[in-house]
Design a protein around this ligand. Structure first.
Ligand code: GLU
Length: 542
């Protein structure tokens, strides 16, 4: 018996690899085109780091007229959940990051599928068979007990653990013996017969991390598990080869696996892709930094941003900030350009974990929202409210009025920047609604605190000065007249020059009106607020 016969015995139905090499032709793309992918497991949790990877991958493919595809890595069927695939695709669709090729509603879109690993079983088996034929892989019959005892022996001898070199039991098993076991129906897995020597180093040049030298792999890792499905490592090599991936962009927890992966590409006779290992997102926790954690940090979930109502555009902008630190400068120089025009460079990505800072994210969001029209703010916050805040929804139901409210200090040179998420909206506009505004509330007036003085200012203003029809200049001139008539300076400057001459200045007067009408001493432009509220509402309040 020879290796070929053994391979036939183990995988009698597997096709020749030439079949797949023929079927999946090399892609015809322009020089320099990047073919890359996002390869999540459908665990039911879409991590912000995954979205980050997808955004980077989508962008690089777009920049180079390449291809971005999504491959679902579901060979660990214990971890899988129902709808896991849909959740991923929905998130990508939500963020305008749809791949060119993937699986949608159970159907493959693209010529390099199936795009779901559990549907590629026969492909992996063909390549495993090929390796067995070449003597580069072998069946292993070791039971968990045997593997345990190997490990114990290794620990006792203070040697590296794992299935390698002299510690292997099945690597050098005579072919006839292996065949006998297979014929007897003994269950087996398939292992790589690693040609590596750990005393030698491989030179890896990572697109992000730069030069990294690591010892060669000598572990006879499992390539096909007892359920017939491949391990991540083997599937990675086969899939990224057949799917024509030029750049593997993935989390840097995979960096230590590079020697193994390069070895797999080598024994399979494939050209290896370029690797770009992305550092994880970090969070400050007390005095230390740690990875953003699915268990501890709500902001690790993409769903969090939807629930909070942080606009997608803002999330994407912030992630781009983390990816390339020069993005921020570009944005300052090009405040109105679409993010698509920024050129992302992999080699400018940070080598170590970037800090994920929610405050910064919200700052970006405030900037993004400040550029929205009232109509856009309305549409997005109204849609958000339908799912997450019935009270806000009710407020926004009257679209005509809501548009006026949301239009305050918007669309001008210095637009308001107090909204970073749709869940902020209610708190920034409630006082514009009579049923939310408590005119008898205990308001904090700033400088002018005397009740009688306040009443006097309010009465004077609304009796003698306020006219709904005034334009802004007239309105402000009148505010000054009122100030003067009551012993306050017309201008802040005047007051500052002679503080003893005046009771205060025009700003103190307008603050009284502001607080009386809105309950707050900090609001957007008071003139606009009065305009939108209108005389009738205002009179009820004062
Ligand atoms: N399924 C792997 C993961 O989620 C993919 C890694 C890769 O991109 O190759 O970590």
């Amino acid at each position: 018996m020879d290796n070929k016969e053994l391979a036939d015995l183990i995988f009698p139905n597997a096709k020749e690899v030439s079949f797949y090499e023929e079927k999946y032709k090399a892609r015809e793309l322009p020089e320099g085109a990047i073919v890359t992918r996002f390869a999540p497991s459908p665990t039911g949790f879409v991590h912000i780091g995954g979205l980050y990877q997808a955004e980077i991958a989508r962008k690089l493919a777009d920049q180079t007229k390449g291809v971005f595809f999504v491959r679902i890595e579901d060979t660990d069927q214990k971890r899988e959940i129902e709808n896991g695939v849909e959740q991923i695709i929905d998130a990508l669709r939500d963020y305008d990051l749809m791949p060119d090729e993937t699986i949608i509603d159970g159907k493959d879109v693209g010529n390099y599928g199936p795009y779901q690993q559990s549907k590629r079983k026969e492909i992996y088996q063909a390549y495993a068979k090929f390796l067995i034929e070449k003597g580069m892989a072998y069946p292993c019959f070791c039971t968990p007990e045997t593997l345990n005892s190997i490990r114990e022996d290794q620990e006792k001898a203070k040697e590296r653990t794992g299935y390698y070199g002299k510690w292997t039991k099945c690597r050098n098993m005579p072919i006839d013996m292996s065949a006998e076991k297979v014929k007897n129906g003994e269950s087996c897995i398939i292992r790589l017969k690693s040609p590596g020597n750990p005393d030698k180093k491989i030179k890896h040049r990572d697109v992000i991390k730069g030069n990294v030298d690591m010892p060669e792999n000598d572990q006879d890792i499992v390539i096909i598990k007892s359920d017939g499905l491949p391990t991540y490592h083997f599937a990675h090599a086969v899939d990224d080869h057949l799917m024509g991936t030029t750049h593997v962009i993935r989390g840097d927890e995979w960096l230590p696996s590079v020697p193994l992966h390069l070895q797999l590409f080598y024994v399979l006779g494939f050209k290896a892709p370029k690797y770009a290992h992305i550092a994880p997102m970090m969070k400050v926790d007390g005095d230390a930094k740690r990875k953003l954690s699915k268990r501890k940090d709500p902001e690790a979930a993409v769903s969090y941003y939807t629930e909070e109502g942080i606009p997608k555009q803002a999330v994407k902008e912030y992630l781009m900030n983390i990816a390339n630190s020069n993005f921020e400068i570009w944005r300052k120089q090009n405040p109105d350009k679409p993010i698509e025009e920024f050129e992302l460079q992999l080699n400018k990505m940070g080598v170590s974990g970037a800090l994920f800072d929610m405050v910064k994210m919200l700052d970006v969001a405030k900037n993004v929202i400040s550029k929205y029209s009232a109509e856009e703010v309305y549409e997005e916050s109204y849609n958000w409210s339908k799912n997450f805040d019935p009270e806000l929804k009710e407020m926004l139901d009257d679209k005509e009025y809501a548009l006026k409210v949301l239009g305050i200090e918007r669309g001008n040179v210095k637009p308001r920047k107090d909204i970073g998420k749709w869940s902020d909206v209610k708190n920034t506009i409630y006082y514009m609604y009579d049923n939310k505004f408590d005119k008898n509330g205990e308001f904090e007036y700033q400088k002018i605190n005397d009740k009688d003085e306040i009443e006097k200012i309010v009465k004077e203003y609304f009796d003698k000065y306020y006219d709904e029809a005034d334009d802004k200049d007239t309105w402000f001139a009148k505010m000054k007249d009122l100030a003067e008539s009551m012993g306050y300076a017309r201008e802040v400057k005047e007051y500052k020059a002679n503080p003893d001459t005046y009771k205060g200045h025009v700003g103190d007067i307008s603050t009284v009106i502001r607080v009386k009408v809105t309950g707050r001493c900090n609001t957007p432009d008071l003139y606009e607020i009065l305009k939108v509220l209108g005389k009738e509402r205002i009179m009820k309040r004062v």
